[in-house]
Design a protein around this ligand. Structure first.
Ligand SMILES: [Zn+2]
Length: 181
């Protein structure tokens, strides 16, 4: 949700019918940094790996640029939109984590994990050894509901403002008027 929102804000000339794949990709890459959990849970890497390099500015720029190449995105704003969607994750982690966790925003320059705990009213610290996966999934689901409740209205608002359907309808009507003459 946040990834899609950030992407929609940065992209120029947003058009739902044409740009919905990019918006979906924005949503997907907004959660991509947390796939480092696969390394932790699946491959037995230490828990401190979570929130590390995939949450950094360098990773966002590198992955966002590579993705843009892959998707043949050539406009600077388009590339920045992907980078921004990726980076929104690390920044949100910094803003929401208080007790521990956080994000290594400045990796590889420093391993410092930044966290501010600005609004940490819902704590989500999955801990597989003591919690069942069902329990973690349930918590994650509740957390997603919060995110949707906050960011879905925002995303819709931005999509409406940026695509301005009423404006296009007027333009189309004007075009029709011209061609009919
Ligand atoms: Zn994260």
């Amino acid at each position: 949700m946040i990834g899609a929102t950030v992407l929609s804000v940065i992209r120029k000339d947003l058009e739902l019918r044409r740009d919905w794949p990019a918006i979906l990709i924005g949503a997907a890459i907004g959660i991509l940094p947390d796939l480092d959990l696969i390394l932790v849970w699946g491959l037995g890497y230490p828990m401190k790996l979570h929130g590390s390099f995939t949450h950094s500015i360098v990773f966002a720029i590198a992955f966002g640029s590579a993705l843009s190449l892959l998707l043949k995105e050539s406009s600077i704003r388009g590339v920045l939109a992907y980078i921004g969607a990726l980076l929104s994750h690390g920044l949100m982690d910094v803003a929401t984590k208080k007790e521990f966790g956080g994000a290594q925003l400045l990796w590889p320059f420093t391993d410092q994990k930044y966290r501010m705990g600005l609004f940490s009213n819902y704590e989500f610290y999955p801990n597989p050894p003591t919690q069942s996966y069902i329990e973690i999934l349930k918590q994650g689901f509740v957390l997603s509901l919060y995110e949707i409740a906050i960011f879905l209205p925002l995303l819709i608002l931005i999509l409406v403002l940026k695509t301005r359907p009423w404006k296009r309808r007027n333009a189309a009507a004007a075009d029709e008027g011209l061609t009919n003459k």
